[in-house]
Design a protein around this ligand. Structure first.
Ligand code: GDP
Ligand code: GDP
Length: 446
């Protein structure tokens, strides 16, 4: 892969208080490597190394540099920020989504545009609803789709990786990033409670001979991925817990680490949650499923040990009912009975994986979206709230992976939650997005 060649150098840029230091600490953590102490530089700049998934990064922090006296704004701050940008492959441009776009942000936007270097726009402080307005304002800076992020809470890392990876591979092979992404292997994580049968399932999938058992082959590294093919289609199993466990033997054998699961989820596009047929949907299972939908990954549930099931048909109905009731946010998600032991159902499981990735990547044609929306507004417009109408004007798909829609209108803040859900379900039904996490944002217009 292109991005394994060398670390991508990233400069963090933005006005004071947008969260640059917090962002830096979030990525670099305690691994802070060195403090640059170049002659002539009165304020040290911080650099650190970070690893996000497969992506190795050298990160340059410019926090503090921008705090120079107002009259030296054109001088010292600028020179240093410009130097950081010049040294970097990519600039990560932070704005504060809670504060919205300010004149100072526009100043930095101009500086970055002049640098001619690639820019990844990050809307920080996006946790909760308070950042929504600022997130959409950020489009107006002209750097395309912002990455919704929360440095304080560690949300959005997966989207950040995707955005950075595009630049990493662009550098190596100009113009190849998008094509790679579309035809690349489906990245799958297999997660679940201890003893659900993950290792058995993975080994059955990839074939015993491919199993990594020795201490070599990168097993002791943070993450293990295995590339293989399913009926000629490339698959990458990321952060393969079943394999890692063999290496770390007893250490934390029966303990589910949510941190481990989270890392696997973030590295994946599709997550297979393995349940034990005998005790499905317990607290840990639901916790993991919740993480998957929060991170907006596509979820496939494998109900494992099906070889032990006595009345498969009624058991399956039960499972379906439980799944939809307990995980309403991805109601209708693929639920596949399997046996890692016998291999039963593995073909269906992989079909479900490929199908759901396709849905997760869906781009709905604008014309179809507008037709759907027009008909809906004609027949089922939002209810009046406190005697006043709420007018929804139009809808657009802001991004895919997962499908993300924005509806623009007046008084959107007053729109009842029930109507928002109605829109969301309508989108799912109309565009074959059932079972995929779909994001819907409301945006006020005048
Ligand atoms: P810098 O001046 O750009 O380096 O910003 P800092 O990292 O010092 O952060 C400025 C303030 O924003 C601090 O009070 C942080 O705690 C806060 N902050 C940083 N990231 C987030 C975030 O994701 N969400 C929220 N709500 N606050 C944040
Ligand atoms: P992991 O902790 O999730 O990786 O689970 P393992 O793959 O180590 O399996 C835990 C136990 O369940 C082992 O004793 C397996 O033999 C058993 N097991 C795994 N899959 C199946 C299955 O499909 N059917 C049955 N009957 N047992 C299974």
């Amino acid at each position: 892969m292109a991005h394994t060649l060398k670390p991508l150098t990233v400069a963090i840029v933005g006005r004071p208080n947008v969260g640059k230091s917090t962002f830096f600490n979030r990525l670099v953590g305690r691994r802070l490597a060195l403090v640059d102490d170049r002659p002539g530089v009165t304020r040290d700049r911080r650099e650190g190394e970070a690893k996000l998934g497969d992506l190795a990064l050298t990160i340059i922090d410019t926090a503090g540099l921008e705090e120079a006296d107002a009259d030296s704004l054109e001088g010292r701050m600028r020179a240093q920020t410009e130097r950081a940008v010049a040294d970097a492959d990519v600039s990560v441009f932070l704005i504060d989504a809670r504060a919205g776009v300010t004149p100072a942000d526009r100043h930095f936007a101009d500086l970055l545009r002049r640098s001619g270097k690639p820019v990844v726009l990050v809307a920080n402080k996006c946790e909760g609803a308070a950042g929504e307005g600022g997130f959409y304002d950020a489009y107006s800076l002209g750097f395309g789709e912002p990455v919704p992020f929360s440095a304080e809470h560690g949300l959005g890392l997966a989207d950040l990786v995707l955005a950075l990876e595009e630049h990493a591979s662009e550098d190596a092979v100009p113009g190849s990033a998008r094509r790679d992404e579309e035809s690349g292997p489906v990245r799958v994580a297999v997660v679940g409670r201890p003893n659900a049968g993950k290792s058995t399932l993975v080994n059955k999938l990839i074939g015993e001979d491919r199993m990594l058992t020795g201490p070599e082959a990168g097993i002791t590294r943070d993450s293990i991925s295995v590339d293989w093919q399913w009926k000629g289609r490339p698959v990458r199993l990321v952060d393969t817990a079943g394999l890692r466990r063999k290496a770390r033997v007893q250490a934390k054998l029966e303990k589910l680490s949510v941190g481990d699961a989270l890392r696997a989820i973030r590295a994946a596009e599709v997550v297979i949650l393995v349940l034990d047929e005998k005790s499905p949907f317990d607290k840990q299972d639901l916790q993991i499923a919740d993480l998957v939908t929060k991170e907006a990954r596509a979820l496939v549930i494998a109900v494992n040990k099906w070889d032990l099931t006595e009345d498969p048909k009624s058991r399956m109905n039960e499972m379906r009912e439980m799944a939809d009731r307990l995980l309403p946010q991805v109601r209708g998600m693929p639920l596949v009975p399997v046996s890692g032991l016998t291999g039963h159902g593995l073909g269906k499981l992989m079909e479900a994986v490929f199908t759901i990735r396709e849905k997760w990547e869906t781009r709905v044609p604008t014309s179809a979206l507008n037709r759907w929306f027009g008909a809906l507004m004609e027949h089922h417009p939002p209810p009046a709230v406190a005697g006043r109408r709420i007018k929804l004007r139009y809808v657009t798909q802001a991004s895919n992976r997962p499908p993300t829609f924005v509806v623009f209108g007046t008084r959107t803040e007053a729109l009842p939650e029930s109507y928002r859900r109605y829109l969301l379900n309508g989108l799912r039904d109309a565009f074959d997005l059932v079972g995929v996490p779909v994001r819907l944002h409301l945006r006020k217009t005048e």
